[in-house]
Design a protein. Structure first.
Length: 362
């Protein structure tokens, strides 16, 4: 059953379980009938010794407003976030039901922002659908992922599943995912995201206690050169790990890495530094950086227009990536490749060119 904090009483008045109730008050509340504001179905008031008091549907069969099973973490997080917005004097409604799109926002701030605090796995398509639902009625949305513990700050390799990456925002040329830990009341930003393949990303983590957070939410800053250098080093380490894994690949005549290495006459164990570099903060292609960058080099050597890589489906765009944006990325990488011609990173030229591109484009 799904748990909520707002219900309709038999007198059609909203009843909220946000504040703390005495055992006597809860006992009295349990005697009344309650109904879902979204579907009108019967609700049950649950008030045990472990979970936060909440309402639950007797059956979810006919409720369009319900989306996921509730947990203590989710309930606690929503209450913490409401407290955060209230402290900053913003009007906030818990579990605001929007009948026009049949969606319920975890929090509705200032009548124009839907806050979704996500504690469980959900499909990326469902996230995009809900985002589009909010946009269709001119409402912005901000997705916040739950964090069960505070992570250390700094440049590091992190894991982001597909649905978590779908929650990323792009502001001022910076991609970031926002986390919140109810237990510590701390926000954590994972920003300047560089996809390495699979669920692996290189990112900068920065924690911010709720008492220091602002709203609209603070926007992460771009990396300084020394931080980008760390990103480069981690990216090269991930690239080398991928290359080693390919040495044991089967069906090498069908393996993109082996085929491209052969066609480009490259030493598979010592790739030029220009291949597999962190380039473009967002995930634009379904192929990992090593592969799409080798494809660009192959196209340049053969005199093939870069647009054909996309037009012919050789490189498939990730969901949400614009054609012009992806083509521009290929052209920018080709420009840097021509300037370096496999320059080693020790002389600093390649790193400087990559950082200049990051500063300009994110």
């Amino acid at each position: 059953m799904s748990a909520i904090l707002i219900a309709l009483s038999s007198f059609n008045k909203l009843v909220s379980l946000v504040r703390k109730f005495s055992p006597e008050e809860l006992s009295a509340l349990k005697k009344e009938p309650y109904y879902c504001p979204g579907c009108g179905a019967d609700l049950v008031l649950k008030a045990g010794e472990v979970k936060i008091p909440h309402f639950a549907h007797r059956s979810l069969a006919d409720c369009d407003a319900s989306s996921e099973p509730e947990t203590s973490l989710h309930l606690h997080g929503k209450l913490q976030l409401q407290e955060f917005f209230s402290r900053l004097n913003y009007s906030t409604e818990l579990e605001k039901y929007l009948p026009a799109i049949k969606q319920r926002a975890d929090l509705f701030v200032n009548q124009n922002m839907a806050i979704e605090f996500q504690c469980s796995a959900i499909s990326a398509s469902e996230i995009r659908s809900r985002m589009e639902g909010y946009r269709s009625i001119a409402i912005e949305s901000q997705w916040i992922l739950s964090a069960r513990f505070q992570q250390r700050d700094g440049i590091q390799l992190i894991r982001l599943k597909q649905f978590e990456w779908a929650m990323a925002r792009r502001t001022n040329g910076i991609d970031y995912v926002l986390f919140f830990c109810p237990e510590t009341n701390v926000f954590t930003y994972a920003s300047s995201l560089f996809w390495m393949g699979g669920n692996h990303w290189v990112a900068k983590l920065k924690s911010l206690p709720a008492r220091s957070q602002q709203y609209p939410f603070a926007i992460p800053k771009k990396l300084v050169f020394e931080e980008f250098k760390e990103v480069f080093q981690l990216s090269m380490a991930r690239r080398d790990a991928f290359v080693r894994s390919q040495q044991y690949a089967k069906l090498r005549h069908q393996n993109p890495f082996w085929l491209l290495s052969y066609e480009l006459k490259l030493n598979r164990l010592e790739l030029p530094a220009i291949i597999g570099v962190p380039f473009g903060a967002a995930r634009h292609f379904d192929e990992r950086p090593v592969i799409w960058q080798m494809l660009v080099i192959k196209a340049l050597r053969n005199g093939v227009p870069l647009a054909t890589l996309i037009d012919n489906g050789i490189l498939k765009l990730s969901t949400g990536t614009l054609y012009e944006e992806a083509l521009g990325l290929l052209e920018d990488y080709a420009c840097i490749y021509k300037k370096t011609k496999a320059t080693e990173p020790e002389n600093g030229k390649l790193l400087e060119l990559l950082y200049a591109h990051y500063c300009k484009n994110g």
